[in-house]
Design a binder for this molecule. Sequence first.
Ligand code: ATR
Length: 242
Amino acid sequence: MKHFAVIGNPIAHSLSPIMQQAAIQHLQLDAIYTRKKLSEEAFDQEIKEWLRSDIDGFNVTIPFKERIIPYLDEIDDFALKCGAVNTVVRYGNKWTGFNTDGQGFLEGLAEKRPVKESDHVLIVGAGGASKGIYLALKQAHNCEVSVTNRTVAKAEQMLEPGSQDRAISLKEAAKQLSKFTIIIQTTSVGLNPEKADLPLQLDLLAPGTLVADIIYNPFETAFLQEAKKKRCNNAKRPCNVR
Ligand code: ATR
């Protein structure tokens, strides 16, 4: 039987075991998928032991996506560009790192509606998650992208050299909001369901704009709730808030 797992800290909240176990069952594989909490302080020691264990492959989540890199034998080009690894596979006795975060998110988005060349995408945030999505978007589509962030310099650094993409302030993004056809929220604002803070003001949201949030817990963030309300208020015809 193959053994796969997700490592991180904290890890109890992770939905990966449920999701992956369902996939294993669906594909009728002889495998199990578990979770493992590694210590932040003793990561260097614990990860070496982990790699010597009988594990066949694993996913990596916060806060180890960067720290795992020095322990791997190979890293695929895309993960290297992202500077982060979320998937590690054992080939023989070598460990190879990949990053599927951006592509995975875009596949989910495409189920709502495919990204078109005429789209103008706004990515909110410039952390690790944002970078993965930005690079996956650039790899798959030829659309225009703007990145907005509280710290604009971080958004600037993230852009592909020579691209037409733009880094703009949150204020500027709020002012120009109606021109974006897809908005992807990637900041950590919204993780706390008790706070209704928004990373970006949505007053000028166009009714036809697709708004996505990478946070899945809470299932509907304050940002998505606000987007639904504004899309409705700004529509010429009456609509239901769903
Ligand atoms: P991850 O790797 O999960 O993307 P991260 O690298 O810590 O996490 O990035 C967090 C993102 O949330 C950043 O874009 C951060 O903005 P800064 O680059 O200016 O720090 C953004 N963020 C966090 N708290 C925020 C807040 N209160 N308002 C606006 N943006 C915030």
